[in-house]
Design a protein around this ligand. Structure first.
Ligand code: HAM
Length: 429
């Protein structure tokens, strides 16, 4: 927790980005844009509309929804008291904010099932490591207003479709059901009974979790604890209704040909979950680090003061998606359609006119303003990721032609000066 500092002090040493935060520099930003555009496309195909909620909220929103005994609320939330004495939190996730907005703006009155998506930064004060940051970014969906098992199956299908669109294939979908409120209480009791005999061998933190939030014992990163809990039978017993619901989710997934695995250890770290929960892991990232996680939260809307409304959703961590994207041509794809290299200085004006006319036609292109050698200009074109270089000047120019170099194919040919605009436009069409 931190308070608003009244008397500000100035650090005169070299300033750096805070630990656990990162600048997204232009080269990497292209990949972010690609992921965001792909997810917007898939979300819209499935009928989801964007919602943008504030980054700051009353801290109570997260304490009441995520749960007071969770790691997020106890250890990870950035909370400060503002000048009006209010406790404000930087959002650690978006489900609670979307639910707050859903209730506050009566979104449910306008449509039966509200399908919403979001993309944005979240904040958790965790120990930074690969794929784990203090400011990270999620893209997620919330479908509010239906308990249909088909909807559970559909959002899992949607998450898988997004991964395939991003060329990520080696992922595993793990599902489980926590049942209704009563089932969940029974599951907690069963887990307590199963873990109790092992308490002396488990770490202090696990002992604390046993008291406050027993399901979290399964998440302990301590290898000794992992060895012990891996042998504990975590099977869940559900009531008839919830068992039937889970069965229907599984058969819908089978019909949709979605590969999944039932894993009773998927219990999720936030308190609001009920019934179907799931996580998607990618082999290369390590089984502990999910790229995507979600599930049903049928009681949350009522618990937060709204009408009883069933809901489900998920969120991807964008940093983890980036780690998972490998060998994708997105990273190496051109970021510039054309670069104009000037051989004879006196041709700069003509080259610049071509640059302007190409840009007017929507062609992404650039030029060097520094009067550098052709070699240096070619290096710059390479660095900028140009697909073509148009070489202005030299022997070709005397014949009314320019040299057009295809940087990807490493080929060069002569093109009539008057045809060059059409040539580049045809390629980018
Ligand atoms: P979560 O499991 O806390 O669930 O986070 C979802 C995803 O966000 C994780 O699977 C991971 O990819 C990413 N993530 C979480 N923490 C970090 C971090 N410190 N650094 C990088 N990535 C991280 C939720 O947040 C729920 N609101 C998901 C949901 C939506 N459930 C229903 N609707």
């Amino acid at each position: 927790m931190f308070r608003v500092v009244q008397r500000l002090t100035v650090n005169h040493t070299m300033l750096k980005a805070l630990r656990g935060t990162k600048d997204i520099l232009p080269d990497e930003a292209r990949l972010w844009q690609y992921i965001e555009a792909s997810s917007r496309y898939i979300f819209s195909i499935y009928g989801y509309k964007e919602i943008r909620t504030p980054v700051i909220e009353e801290a109570s929103l997260f304490i009441r929804s995520i749960g007071n005994a969770t790691d997020i609320v106890q250890k990870e939330m950035y909370v400060f008291t503002d000048r009006g004495g209010r406790q404000i939190a930087l959002r650690p996730e978006a489900t609670a904010s979307v639910v707050r907005s859903y209730i506050e703006n009566s979104i449910g009155n306008k449509e039966g099932l509200s399908k919403l998506f979001y993309i944005g930064p979240m904040f958790r004060s965790e120990r930074p490591q690969k794929g784990r940051q203090r400011q990270f970014h999620q893209l997620g969906v919330e479908a509010i207003g239906s308990d249909a098992p088909l909807l559970d199956a559909e959002i899992i299908l949607l998450a898988g479709d997004l991964l395939k669109k991003l060329n990520i294939h080696n992922f595993k979908i793990k599902i489980n059901s926590l049942g209704c409120k009563k089932d969940k209480e029974k599951i907690l009791e069963d887990h307590r009974k199963a873990i109790k005999p092992h308490l002396k061998s488990l770490c202090d933190e696990c002992n604390e979790r046993y008291e406050k939030n027993v399901l979290r014992v399964f998440d302990c990163k301590n290898p000794e604890c992992q060895k012990i809990v891996s042998k504990i039978d975590a099977a869940n017993s559900l009531c008839k209704d919830c068992e039937g619901h889970f069965k229907s989710v599984k058969s819908a997934l089978d019909e949709l040909k979605v590969a999944y695995e039932v894993d009773p250890r998927i219990v999720r770290g936030l308190d609001y979950y009920t019934k179907t929960v799931f996580e998607i892991v990618q082999e290369d990232l390590g089984a502990k680090d999910a790229i995507c996680a979600g599930g049903r939260y049928n009681n949350l809307i009522q618990d937060m003061g709204g009408k009883s409304t069933p809901a489900t959703g998920f969120a991807f961590g964008i940093e983890r998606l980036i780690l998972a994207i490998k060998d994708s041509d997105v990273k190496s794809g051109p970021s510039l359609d054309a670069f104009i290299a000037i051989v004879d200085k006196d041709k700069f004006k003509q080259g610049f006119a071509l640059l302007s006319s190409l840009r007017k036609k929507g062609i992404a292109c650039d030029i060097d303003y520094e009067d550098k050698s052709l070699k240096a200009q070619m290096r710059k074109a390479e660095k900028l990721g140009a697909r073509f270089v148009i070489i202005f000047g030299g022997d070709e120019f005397k014949k009314g032609k320019v040299a057009l170099r295809d940087m990807m194919k490493r080929e060069q040919r002569e093109v009539e000066l008057e045809d060059i605009t059409k040539e580049i436009c045809d390629y980018t069409a």
